[in-house]
Design a protein around this ligand. Structure first.
Ligand SMILES: C[S@@+](CC[C@H](N)C(=O)[O-])C[C@H]1O[C@@H](n2cnc3c(N)ncnc32)[C@H](O)[C@@H]1O
Length: 245
């Protein structure tokens, strides 16, 4: 019997399944994002109205705002750094903290990372899966995680930490500086590298000064876009490679 021309591929079916879960509670829209310094672009699904998500944050005991719903220069800059040097992740176990809509995750997976993406927000983890499936037909493993109370499950299979940890724009609240210093100390393997992208917010500067005093050295690159949001035109995102001295 001839097959229908509308049959979904397994990847399309998986994307549709994730989209159905999200659409039950969120209006979504699609946006194409180009990675600076490359001709690579990704189709990204994200909430149509981030203001509508703010009401939910009011009942969140952690009072986390829905920053996972936005397109941040740091995540795009970290994706650009991976595109420029895919060997930083290729064939390696990689852990990402705060995956947002999944731009960094999709580029890391396409580069050959064995990726575990984590975020506080379950919606972020579904969007991350969708972005990755659309970009390269692969899904990362995902884990819901609060980096202020990290589960030991994060280190299952990697008791000494991961060779590569990715984190883009995770240092925007002072309350997170110490928990993230503590967590990076546990989750980055002794000879591992933390790729930290940030757009110059004060908590990130305090974090880097403290990390430097605690034995981490870092080398940095800067990325100036262009970024999807015209309001970010002046943002300079820095991508730091932190290693223990
Ligand atoms: C500013 S967004 C950056 C997202 C993405 N990395 C990017 O650059 O586009 C911060 C991300 O961290 C997540 N996040 C915030 N607080 C967290 C926490 N306590 N534990 C885990 N994830 C958290 C948010 O849900 C969001 O996805």
């Amino acid at each position: 019997m001839a097959s229908s021309g509308n049959a979904q591929t397994p990847i399309e079916a998986r994307i549709a399944d994730h989209l159905d879960h999200l659409r039950a509670s969120i209006d979504l829209r699609d946006e194409r994002v180009t990675i600076p310094g490359s001709d690579v672009s990704l189709l990204v699904t994200r909430p149509a109205d981030t203001d509508a998500l703010l009401d939910r944050a009011a009942s969140d005991p952690e009072q986390n705002l829905p920053y996972w719903a936005e397109l941040w220069p740091s995540g795009i800059a970290l994706a650009a750094a991976i595109l420029a040097d895919p060997n930083m992740v290729r064939g390696k176990p990689v852990l990402e903290l705060g995956s947002g809509v999944g731009i960094t995750a999709a580029i890391a997976l396409a580069a050959g990372a064995d990726l575990l993406a984590t975020d506080y927000a379950p919606e972020s983890l579904l969007l991350t899966r969708i972005t990755a499936l659309r970009h390269c037909g692969l899904e990362p493993r995902t884990m819901q995680l609060n980096w202020r109370q990290p589960s030991d499950d994060l280190l299952a299979g990697f008791p000494d930490g991961y060779p590569v940890v990715l984190a883009a724009d995770v240092l925007y609240e002072r309350r997170d500086i110490q928990p993230l210093l503590n967590l990076f100390d546990r989750i980055v393997a002794p000879d591992g590298v933390l790729w930290l992208a940030e757009p110059g917010r004060p908590p990130a500067s305090i974090f880097l000064e403290t990390a430097s005093r605690q034995g981490w050295s870092f080398a940095s690159s800067t990325w100036t876009g262009p970024w999807p949001d015209p309001g970010d035109a002046d943002v300079v995102a820095r991508v730091h490679q932190l290693r223990r001295r």
